[in-house]
Design a protein around this ligand. Structure first.
Ligand code: ZN
Length: 481
């Protein structure tokens, strides 16, 4: 097995595992189509929340035994929860570009931390603004900075970070944003985000609003206030220091299981701490919208997190389920079916067309996501669509097709590498060869989707360099940077 295959598969244990051939079964059985329209005559205000690094299986309403997420649980109980939602990648910048454009990473092109979304793209905020929405964004991590082009369409776009100086020379901004990545891990932003939203919410304004909120604190380092982690691990007497998470030599695959348990309790503590702030934000914006029935709340995450399930920590290093599966919950009292759980595979690129339809706005025809509003309002199902996953950061060069039952991986430099049968091997521990018939079929589909996406990128607009372009300089001034 070559170096790339090893990296794609990412687990030394798997290298020892023999490739197995399992019985074939259809992986893309289509289900009957249910056609549903938008909620006629209703123009809700919208709160779209992205909780950085929140894996679905650490959210209580997704089956996690610990009560990490009372707000998310309540939103799901009163709304719709998508059991199997996936991102386009495993790191922040392309994942948000995908949510904001409804496009796969190869189509929006922002696949590296030196690139910015072309202004030729129509973003979700731009589409909603064109439909009469007041738009505001609040972010807590460096990759959401306007330098990456994600502020397009926002009337207000506020940084809730402390790690980038407020009054900085525009030409130095790129350097400062890059420098801010590491210190941002220790940044605590939820209270500042709540404060910033509270100030904005107090401002008068007519008509519906669209608020995007990026909550950062679930991202490492895991340093919640003690009362939050103590809720999940009150008896810990060890000495694990959670600071400098990625550089900490004590955090490694063979670490003491008790310390790893504590690490997970710290992560869970960050989830609870963030969830509590989310609750206050939802309450505040429900009031601003004039009541819960006037506010559509959508909560998701940009990616998950690895805790040595495949011998690695962090994210942006693989496309395993623990980093690509995210929660997706939509709450809109009186308009979506309360307590509904949708099992079908859905994608974060579906968010743009779904919110656009709910808002009576128009998503561009080329958008690769699809409108899920019908699934929100009624029972029924839609034909299954696969999800493309990609990772191009640093020296990674692979993409995958994830269907409801298969994950098929291909490397740009090394060709098709095979993958996993998720229905029989949900832990992704038994790699399958690319020659397995269903894998082969999935890989063909993957190459087709990749070609289509790259063609879209050429047609719509290729990314620019993440530096302060003249147009961005004006935009930064408008936004108060
Ligand atoms: Zn992220």
């Amino acid at each position: 097995m070559n170096r790339t295959v090893r990296r794609v598969l990412g687990c030394s244990a798997w290298l020892a595992a023999s490739l197995v051939f399992l019985a074939c079964s259809s992986d893309d059985d289509s289900k009957p189509t249910t056609t549903q329209g938008a909620a006629a005559g209703v123009k809700p205000s919208i709160l779209f929340v992205s909780i950085d690094s929140l894996r679905a299986d650490h959210v209580h309403c997704y089956g996690y035994p610990k009560e990490t997420s009372p707000t998310l649980d309540a939103l799901a109980a009163g709304g719709v929860r998508f059991q199997t939602a996936v991102s386009t990648t495993s790191w922040t910048l392309p994942a948000h570009a995908a949510m904001f454009t409804g496009l796969y990473d190869s189509a929006h092109g922002v696949i590296d931390n030196g690139l910015a979304l072309s202004e030729e793209h129509v973003t979700l905020a731009e589409a909603l603004k064109a439909a009469g929405y007041r738009t505001a964004g609040f972010f807590g991590g460096p990759y959401l900075h306007p330098i990456y082009g994600l502020s397009q369409g926002f009337d207000v776009y506020a940084s809730c970070m402390t790690t980038i100086p407020a009054d900085i020379d525009a030409m130095e901004l790129r350097r400062e944003v890059t420098k801010a990545v590491s210190p941002s891990h220790a940044d605590v932003t939820s209270p500042r985000t709540l404060e910033s939203i509270t100030k904005w919410a107090a401002e008068p304004g007519d008509g519906p609003f669209f608020a995007f909120v990026h909550l950062w604190d679930v991202h490492y380092d895991y340093i919640p206030p003690p009362e939050y982690w103590k809720r999940f691990d009150p008896d810990y007497t060890g000495s694990l220091d959670p600071r400098d998470y990625m550089g900490n030599p004590a955090i490694r695959p063979d670490m003491d299981p008790r310390d790893l348990e504590h690490l997970l309790a710290l992560y869970d503590g960050e989830i609870l701490w963030t969830d509590e702030h989310l609750g206050k934000i939802v309450e505040l914006l429900r009031q601003k919208a004039g009541g819960p029935e006037n506010l559509l709340v959508l909560v998701t995450a940009d990616h998950g997190e690895e805790f040595f399930e495949h011998a690695q920590r962090g994210h942006a290093i693989s496309l395993f389920e623990e980093v690509v599966r995210v929660p997706l919950i939509v709450n809109w009292p009186g308009h979506v079916a309360p307590g509904r759980v949708v099992d079908e595979l859905v994608r974060t690129i579906d968010i743009f067309p779904t919110l656009a339809t709910a808002a009576g706005a128009e998503a561009p025809a080329y958008v690769q996501g699809r409108d899920l509003l019908g699934l929100l309002a009624h029972e029924g199902s839609i034909p299954t669509e696969p999800a493309m996953l990609e990772l191009w950061m640093a020296s990674f060069d692979f993409r995958a097709l994830r269907t409801e039952t298969i994950k098929a991986l291909s490397s740009e430099s090394q060709g098709d590498v095979g993958g996993f049968r998720l229905d029989k091997d949900p832990d992704e521990s038994d790699p399958l060869q690319p020659t397995w018939p269903n894998m082969k079929k999935a890989l063909e589909r993957l190459h087709g989707l990749a070609d289509e996406s790259l063609e879209l990128q050429r047609r719509i607009g290729e990314p620019g360099e993440a530096v302060v372009q003249p147009w961005l300089q004006d935009r930064l001034k408008q936004l108060g940077y």
